[in-house]
Design a protein around this ligand. Structure first.
Ligand code: ADP
Ligand code: MG
Length: 768
């Protein structure tokens, strides 16, 4: 389809922005609006508010100061004036002429030198004057005007987009295909697609401005619902398909129960019982289990997983546990071995991690391959090292946020040595990332969810304190006291050695690129880009949305203390006489194992470490966690680190040591840590501070980028979309199709669009 204003040149500029079709352009929504119907009067402006103002240009001047040239623009209404200031504003020189009308948008500030107000670096737009063509005036003056993020410099800024989208909508009048059933829209009181698109770009006069700014108009809600509906429908479909696949129906006989009873070291909590019940119910089904076990740090996920693995093993299958780091894999290995020693049965447990030497790896592979190893614990190496399971029945993935979605599937799909496919193993994914419940339910719609919402009994709250680095001596004194009481401590640094900021150091954080694994985001882009020029703007095609990039970390001038350096210093100075160990990701597997084991046995008093101990490490006798440069760690990380202590009944302490300067966001994080220990509360805060993309790590969580929806803002619509998608899927599949909502043609249209949207845009569904 030909779009006025979009030739091959412009199309080329748009492609990198993910705008490949006319539809993409229509779904590039304004990020704010200016109410040019009821412009603000300068008289009513107050310092501190963010406002848009239409005023007349009075004059401008470029001031050359020692630091940077400053461009000053004075605009006014009657006697009142507003000063606009741009640093490095040379490029604006000569742009404004007295008498022009300009719209400026920014934060209003009081001026020091006069009673006038000012704006620093406002956004601005010169409004068309009487000589401009009627269309330009129509789109930009005397109405609620959309403001867009530029799609390419000044050229493809708001003005360009208004025109192109205006013409696009004119050309499509009455011809924008609806993609949801009318009945559904009517029931939810949402406008049709064309109306929604039109009104979201060019809101009618009567639209509530407040609703517009918060994306809450019916038009916005309709488009957001549409996007989330297709996401949820896709997840629903995926889950249904999974249920149709051939899995293993495990039996839970008395023999199995007895095997579990033999090794259980304590009474499970109610939450653990419930979760295990849900897991086992899944395992008994003949379709493969796909379940997420979510529980805050220390809630006791490991033992639940171990029980599930025993069910698999007692049924004559192999179970595999995949951990995100070697340290964690090693710890799980040691813990599982210790537990299973209590059993009268002889289980063979094998550890397989990347840094084992070739001989040990080969030996492990052989045991796994021949089915002699019943329980296999490892890292990512389980995927990498050509491991072929003889009879894999259950895969447990620990601390899921460290794994790409695809990795799970890769492991499951290991072919049998004899070349046949075999039944698919069950998969249990565990995560301590306290994903807010509504989001977890909706986003992992293809997984079932079990939650451990209860901590094992007898846990005392952890005392959390902030200290400034200067008070280090007190901290070391405190550590010594705790050690004297027979306790152990962690001291964590952001880096291993030197001054380079190389955290977080996972054992395989680079693997995604090395194995050429496809990430959900990368896949559709490739296919769509190949479109020939003639098809660049097909109306119906979906295209991926460019991913949000994270802001670069701000570097402080203060040099960072490193684990290696501080290990030396502490041993020689403040902690002399104590047994101080060192643990970081660059040690080889054997060394890590030795250090971990010694710490576990209490042969090391103080463990100086990096974030390698962030996830999962479990030494209940450790009661002190000192985090240096705490301001540099993310909230989720701090919460995980703190979760390393407070695992026994003794009172535990978390000391967050910072440098003298902490950014406002850093302050907020640290204060939140002191205020609460509730993982869900911290997750909510983290999510709101970082945004969903960063929070989940879009790539890792396999989350799509949204075009119009915002997972934080639109949670209620997400719930609604989930309910409606399930209802739609049920209706469509019921034998009595006539009772379903919408016509058969409408339903067929929804499914067709889902296929298109899901496969090309999200890339989450395997072909077929
Ligand atoms: P996480 O959920 O963070 O992985 P773990 O599985 O490591 O937590 O368990 C945390 C600690 O709590 C471990 O030391 C574990 O042995 C202990 N634990 C787990 N469940 C119980 C229980 N029901 N009663 C007592 N202690 C428990
Ligand atoms: Mg754990």
């Amino acid at each position: 389809m030909y779009v006025r204003g979009v030739g091959p040149r412009v199309a080329e500029m748009l492609a990198p922005k993910g705008i490949l079709t006319a539809e993409d352009l229509l779904y590039h929504l304004p990020f704010r609006y200016e109410d040019r119907q009821n412009p603000r009067s300068l008289d009513e402006l107050k310092a501190g508010e963010v406002a848009s103002v239409i005023a007349e240009v009075r004059g401008s001047i470029l001031l050359r100061t020692r630091k940077a040239p400053i461009f000053e623009l004075t605009v006014g209404q009657g006697r009142r004036a507003l000063k606009c200031i741009w640093f490095n504003g040379t490029y604006l020189n000569g742009k404004f002429h007295a008498g022009q009308t300009v719209a400026v948008y920014g934060r209003v500030e009081a001026s020091r030198s006069s009673s006038n107000l000012k704006m620093i670096q406002p956004q601005f737009e010169l409004l068309p004057d009487a000589t401009a063509d009627a269309e330009t005036r129509l789109l930009e003056v005397g109405r609620i005007t959309p403001v867009y993020e530029s799609l390419g410099g000044a050229r493809l800024a708001s003005r360009w987009q208004r025109k192109v989208i205006f013409h696009l909508l004119e050309g499509l009048r009455g011809a924008v295909p609806e993609c949801l059933p009318q009945e559904l829209l009517a029931r939810l009181d949402l406008p049709d697609r064309e109306t929604a698109l039109r009104e979201v770009h060019f809101p009618p006069e009567s639209t509530s401005f407040a609703q517009l700014q918060s994306a809450a108009t019916p038009a916005h809600r309709r488009l957001i619902f549409e996007e989330l509906f297709f996401l949820e429908l896709g997840l629903d479909l995926k889950r249904r398909r999974m249920r149709e696949r051939a899995g293993i129906a495990f039996a839970t006989t008395d023999k199995v129960r007895e095997a579990i009873r033999e090794v259980l070291p304590f009474h499970p909590t109610q939450a653990q019982k419930r979760a295990l019940g849900e897991i086992v119910a899944d395992m008994r089904q003949p379709s493969p289990m796909r379940r997420l076990l979510q529980g805050d740090v220390g809630s006791g996920k490991t033992i639940v997983a171990l029980q599930a693995m025993l069910v698999a093993m007692e049924n004559g299958y192999q179970a595999a546990l995949m951990a995100p780091t070697e340290i964690l894999a090693t710890q799980h290995f040691l813990a599982a071995r210790k537990l299973l020693e209590r059993s009268s049965r002889r289980y063979r447990i094998v550890l397989l991690t990347g840094s084992l030497d070739e001989d040990r790896k080969r030996h492990a592979r052989g045991l796994i391959n021949r089915g002699e190893a019943q329980l296999v614990i490892g890292t990512h190496a389980l995927i990498e090292e050509k491991v072929e399971f003889d009879r894999l029945g259950l895969v447990v993935v620990d601390e899921q946020h460290r794994f790409g979605v695809m990795q799970r599937f890769k492991l499951m799909k290991k072919p049998r040595p004899d070349g046949t496919e075999g039944a698919e193993p069950d998969v249990l994914v565990m995560t301590a990332t306290p994903i807010p419940r509504t989001l977890a339910l909706s986003l992992y719609g293809d997984l079932d969810l079990s939650v451990l919402d209860e901590l094992p009994p007898g846990r005392a709250p952890i005392v959390t304190r902030r200290v400034v680095g200067e008070r280090a001596d007190e901290v070391w004194g405190f550590v010594r006291k705790q050690v004297a009481l027979g306790r152990q401590a962690y001291i964590v640094y952001p880096i291993i050695e030197g001054t380079k900021d190389d955290q977080p150091e996972l054992d395989f954080s680079h693997d995604d690129t090395e194995t050429g694994m496809e990430t959900p985001a990368a896949r559709p882009r490739k296919t769509v880009r190949k479109a020939k020029t003639a098809e660049l703007f097909p109306m119906a095609a979906f295209a991926p949305f460019p991913s949000r990039t994270s802001a670069p970390r701000t570097k402080t001038a203060e040099p960072l203390k490193s684990a290696v350096e501080m290990h030396e210093k502490l041993r020689a100075g403040p902690l002399a006489g104590l047994r101080v160990g060192l643990l970081h990701g660059r040690l080889d597997a054997g060394e890590k194992e030795i250090v971990m084991r010694r710490f576990q046995r209490g042969e090391i008093d103080v463990l100086v470490a990096t974030t390698v101990i962030e996830v999962g490490v479990d030494v209940p006798n450790a009661t002190v966690m000192v985090v240096e440069h705490a301001e540099r760690f993310g909230l989720a990380q701090l919460h995980q680190l703190r979760g390393r202590v407070g695992r026994g009944s003794a009172r535990s302490y978390c000391v967050l040591a910072t440098g003298p300067r902490v950014s406002p966001l850093g302050e907020e994080r640290l204060n939140a840590m002191v205020r609460t220990q509730d993982g869900f509360e911290l997750a909510e805060l983290d999510l709101s501070m970082r945004g969903p993309g960063e929070f989940f790590g879009t790539r890792q969580a396999g989350l799509p980028d949204f075009r119009v929806a915002d997972l934080l803002r639109d949670r209620q619509l997400l719930e609604l979309a989930k309910t409606e998608a399930a209802r739609f899927a049920n209706d469509s599949r019921s034998p009595n199709g006539n009772a379903a909502e919408g016509t058969a043609a409408e339903r067929a249209h929804v499914w067709a669009r889902l296929k298109d949207a899901w496969q090309r845009r999200y890339g989450l569904v395997e072909a077929g």
